[in-house]
Design a binder for this molecule. Structure first.
Ligand SMILES: [Zn+2]
Length: 221
């Protein structure tokens, strides 16, 4: 069942080590099927190189295993909490990517200073207070800190990104890490200036209208 979603979720899990966002078997990606509401997620403790679509686990929103021979990710409860409370979310990516997580280590948000990430998020990256890893309270912390947005750090832990698909959530995780690295480097040389809220808002909507092949084809020249 859900073969196409298993392929997508497996591919997006492979993107994590391929982009330096995780080490070992840490981190995970899931996707929710819009038709059935079922969630496909990475199995627990399996090295990324060993992941194939067949190893993905299908669960319902209560955590009952619907299909799969392996145990789902230890973070499944976090993913399911987010899906239950965010009907607009169909993909979740969790990493401990180093630059973004260095902000989480300090309990700090990532300020909105770079357009490549503010285009995607429309705001800064908030940091939720510490919550026990692997427990539903981490899901609650993410939902509260994100406040309808598509990303949040969790203090002393790492990064959670969301999207309309597993692919979109993983893309946000990649751009978020790049922005965290560049912001960190900039902050080493002194204070940074956040973009004005109105300009962040304007760029966010412009990006959604114009970016990609489905957007507006007219060139602003
Ligand atoms: Zn984690």
């Amino acid at each position: 069942m859900l073969e196409a979603l298993k392929v997508e979720v497996c591919e997006q899990n492979h993107e994590l080590p391929n982009n330096g966002l995780v080490v070992g078997s840490g981190g995970n990606v899931s996707g929710r099927d819009p038709a059935t509401g079922l969630v496909v997620i990475k199995p627990s403790g399996v090295k990324f190189a060993k992941l194939t679509p067949d190893t993905m686990v299908v669960v319902d929103l209560d955590g009952t295993i619907i299909e799969g021979s392996m145990k789902p990710s230890v973070d499944t409860g976090i993913h399911l909490y987010i899906y239950r409370h965010r009907p607009d979310v169909f993909g979740i990516t969790h990493t401990h990517s180093p630059y973004a997580t260095s902000f989480a280590a300090r309990g700090e948000r990532i300020p909105a200073v770079l357009t490549p990430i503010t285009h995607m998020l429309g705001r800064d990256v908030p940091c939720a207070p510490y919550a026990t890893p692997g427990e539903v309270e981490t899901g609650k912390a993410v939902v509260e800190a994100a406040a309808g947005g598509m990303a949040a750090l969790v203090q002393a832990h790492g990064v959670f990104t969301m999207g309309k698909s597993a692919t979109e959530a993983t893309s946000v995780a990649m751009y978020l890490e790049e922005a965290a690295m560049t912001t960190h480097i900039a902050m080493l040389r002194g204070p940074v200036t956040e973009m004005p809220a109105a300009e962040i808002e304007r760029c966010y909507h412009w990006f959604r209208k114009n970016y990609g092949q489905s957007g507006n084809k007219k060139v602003n020249a």
